[in-house]
Design a protein around this ligand. Structure first.
Ligand SMILES: Nc1nc2c(ncn2[C@@H]2O[C@H](COP(=O)(O)OP(=O)(O)OP(=O)(O)O)[C@@H](O)[C@H]2O)c(=O)[nH]1
Ligand SMILES: [Mg+2]
Length: 237
């Protein structure tokens, strides 16, 4: 797989590659994303995506609890309306800033560029960006993140990765969330994993339940490993 292309112009089977006959419409977004990457070179940046309600904010709250005393996390969270998610995170003691997109169905890099000037990132080790709940539009927008993590909850059905391939093609990790509901649903962990790996053979997969604290140790370990790798890479530069 060609992983050198910007995520905005990676295509999946069934798409038409118009690269040689049209402009890259997201070039300005990619340019700003690169600026963010340079500005946040000492912070691990993780773009958290999913359908509405798959458990992103609940996972952020749990992650804050589990990282307490180990790493400092901050969150930029976007929703079309309301500051409910930032309020929930602040109530959990997390440094969070709400981006209200005013109806826009995804985050663009210029929103993050402005938001990082408004949030205090002093001492932050990991910056999470909770994207707008949507498996389609956010997939095209590079936000200057190091990693993209997509949640797929057991209530959504196990057939989604190939229906919404770009999200999974551009993610490094798929979190199968709400695992506690598995006994009540016709959802196969094997089927969803196979579907995702058909689109992206390299995608990591973890199974979690934020409600029942299942699989969260592996998630925290994944974050810590990626942070260590980024720090080591910076030291060798
Ligand atoms: N059973 C179960 N429910 C969960 C779990 N995680 C989250 N939920 C519930 O799922 C609902 C949506 O959770 P949120 O964390 O708000 O989901 P979200 O992805 O942030 O939602 P949006 O920001 O609106 O896209 C809430 O009622 C949560 O309590 C889980 O592990 N198990
Ligand atoms: Mg949320």
């Amino acid at each position: 797989m060609n992983t050198t292309k910007p995520k905005s112009s990676r295509i999946t089977a069934g798409s038409v590659d118009t690269e040689h006959v049209s402009l890259n419409l997201l070039r300005a977004n990619d340019f700003v994303a690169q600026k963010i990457r340079e500005q946040l070179k000492d912070i691990l940046v993780i773009n958290v995506c999913s359908s509405p309600g798959s458990g992103k904010t609940t996972l952020m709250q749990k992650t804050g609890e589990l990282l307490k005393g180990k790493l400092k996390m901050s969150v930029l969270v976007a929703d079309p309306e309301t500051d409910r998610d930032a309020v929930r995170m602040k109530e959990s003691g997390i440094n969070a800033l709400q981006i209200v997109t005013g109806g826009i169905c995804h985050i663009e890099s210029q929103m993050i560029l402005q938001a990082i000037d408004l949030i205090d990132l002093e001492g932050t080790d990991v910056l999470f960006i909770e994207n707008v709940g949507n498996l389609m539009c956010p997939s095209s927008f590079d936000l200057g993140e190091d990693y993209r993590v997509t949640l797929i909850s057991t209530t959504e059905g196990d057939d989604k990765p190939r229906k919404y391939p770009k999200m999974f093609l551009t993610s490094e990790l798929m979190l199968i969330s709400k695992l506690d509901l598995l006994p009540y649903l016709p959802f196969s962990v094997e089927a969803v994993t196979e579907d995702a790996r058909t689109v992206n053979p390299d995608i990591d997969v973890l199974e979690i339940s934020s409600l029942k604290d299942t699989g969260l140790d592996a998630w925290i370990q994944w974050i810590q490993t990626k942070l260590e790798e980024k720090k080591n890479k910076n030291n060798y530069k």
